[in-house]
Each structure stands twice: as C-alpha cells, then as structure tokens.
Design a protein around this ligand. Structure first.
Ligand SMILES: [Fe+2]
Ligand SMILES: [Fe+2]
Length: 291
C-alpha cells in the first residue's frame, strides 16, 4: 500500500472512531453492568493505536485552506442525485468485512438511532435527523480519506482548544504556526456565532448543507454539530458562540446519547419499519437528494 493509501484508511473501519467515542464518553446507564466492563476491556491497545493514528492525520491535515477546498468541491452537490432509498444502499457499501466485530451496516446504526428517538416520543423531524445524521459518510465513497469524513470536528482558523481529543497532534498542522490562525479569535469576531465559523471538514457539515432547506433549525444544529464534542461535551469555544448557539446547544445535547448509546447487536426489522419511514421521508424531503 502506498503512503497515501495508508493515510487514507488508518482505521479498519469507520466504526472504530465511534467505538472510541464510547470509550471516552461511556453510557452512564450501562457503565455499572458487567457486560459494559467486559466490552470496555476489548478496546485495548491495537484498536487504540489505529484511532490515535487517525487523529494524528486528522489534526495534521485539517487546515483552514483544506476546509475551503473541500467546501468548494462538495457543497456544489454536483456528484450524484439519488432517492433516499438508493442513498442508503449506496451508503451501505461502506460496510467493512475485514473486521469481525462490525456486524451492523450503516443503515442499521441510523435506524437504531432514529428508533430510539421515536420510542422516546420526540418530534418526527428529530426521528428523521436520527435516520439521516450519518448520510454524509458517503464522502468516503467519493474517495475522501477517513480523516476528512469522520472524527471530532473543531473550528479552523483560530486557536485549537485543549479540550479537543489528542490536542498535541495539532503541532504538525501548518496552521499551528500561522500568526493569525493561532490567536484566540483567529479570523473570527468575538461571539460571532457558529454559523460564521468554519468547522473541520467532514460528514456533519456535508449532511447539514444537504438537509438545510428541509428540517427545523433545532434538527439542523443536531446534524451540523453532532461530532463537535469539544463544544457539546466539554463546553469549549464559548468565546465564539452567540445567544442562538447557546439556545441550540440543548438540542445538540439531546441528540448525542441517541447517536452514542443506541447501538445494539439486534438489527432493526427494516421490512416492518419501512412504511413508517417512507411516510416520514415523504413529509419532509424531496423525492431525490443531491450529493
Ligand atoms: Fe456521525
Ligand atoms: Fe452516528
């Protein structure tokens, strides 16, 4: 494998990043059970090393300029046009059989998330957010390296928070030595609002832009910032927030446990669920989506 190929796929599969999120933010309800402890033990070293290498690449290459380049490339949405159902089939090509632990495909994670939201009686648009939130991972199928699709997101163009996972890896980022980008506010104004802040590029921003005309603002925040852990879990970047962001934070926090803690080895019964989701998709989304 060439260096570039290796750098594109440091993880055995995309779930390794999410498994590591569970290690960092374990489910408070499952934490006391023996099963959780046993599973926890399985996360030891080799998997951790691939995750570390993944973050080293992510923190090294996600520069302000890289983000602009990817926004220009992907936010034109001129790659593909599909129905939602074809898009799920497309996304499911991401399933990786080199890892025996990955038994659920992408659609199943999305359905487990959306079904957990539905069971708790949240509004139907939030169920749809659960169903769509990782659709942006199709970026991998357009040839994007893993570090430009998944991983915690963070603002670019201003100083990095030490609340971001593996902050030491930012020293290899070219922006780290840029006198403007490394000031507290960087290219931004104090409390300018997250809508004016460029986040590191990945599946969150991409799916937000894809869905932005179709969902309520609360749902759009869930999509756009679900991987911004240093904000919604660690409280960093208050100096860039405005009142609107502070109001929306509770919605992002409401969504996060459904993403992290709804995983179960039991696959949802798609055949049974499909009629409900067909209606839901029809209610909010156009017949085809542009990628
Ligand atoms: Fe995600
Ligand atoms: Fe997810």
């Amino acid at each position: 494998m060439s260096k570039n190929n290796f750098e594109a796929v440091p993880l055995n599969n995309l779930d390794e990043w999410e498994d590591d999120l569970l290690r960092r933010y374990p489910d408070p309800e499952a934490i006391a059970t023996a099963k959780a402890t046993e599973e926890y033990r399985n996360y030891e070293e080799p998997a951790r090393d691939t995750v570390k290498e993944f973050y080293r690449l992510n923190h090294t290459y996600q520069t302000y300029a890289f983000v602009q380049e990817k926004r220009n490339e992907f936010l034109q949405f001129n790659k593909k046009e599909m129905t939602i159902w074809d898009a799920f089939d497309f996304l499911n090509q991401l399933v990786d059989d080199s890892d025996p632990d990955t038994d659920l495909d992408q659609l199943q994670h999305l359905l487990q998330t959306s079904e957990a939201i539905r069971r708790d009686g949240h509004p139907d648009w939030m169920v749809l957010v659960g169903l769509m939130h990782d659709m942006g991972k199709v970026l991998c199928l357009f040839g994007e390296p893993q570090w430009a699709v998944v991983g915690d997101t963070f603002p670019v163009g201003c100083a990095y928070s030490d609340k971001i996972v593996f902050p030491e890896y930012f020293s290899a980022n070219p922006d780290f030595n840029d006198p403007v980008y490394q000031t507290k506010y960087g290219v931004y104004e104090p409390n300018c609002g997250l809508r004016n802040v460029n986040m590191s590029w990945g599946h969150d921003e991409y799916v937000y832009q894809m869905m932005k005309d179709y969902l309520p603002e609360e749902g759009l925040y869930m999509l756009r910032y679900h991987s911004f852990y240093s904000w919604h879990r660690e409280g960093a970047y208050d100096h860039l927030l405005d009142e609107h962001d502070r109001n929306m934070l509770k919605w992002v926090m409401l969504f996060n446990p459904y993403d992290l803690y709804s995983k179960s080895p039991e696959p949802p019964d798609w055949k049974k669920l499909r009629p409900y989701y067909e209606e839901l998709v029809k209610k909010y989304l156009p017949s085809t989506i542009k990628f």
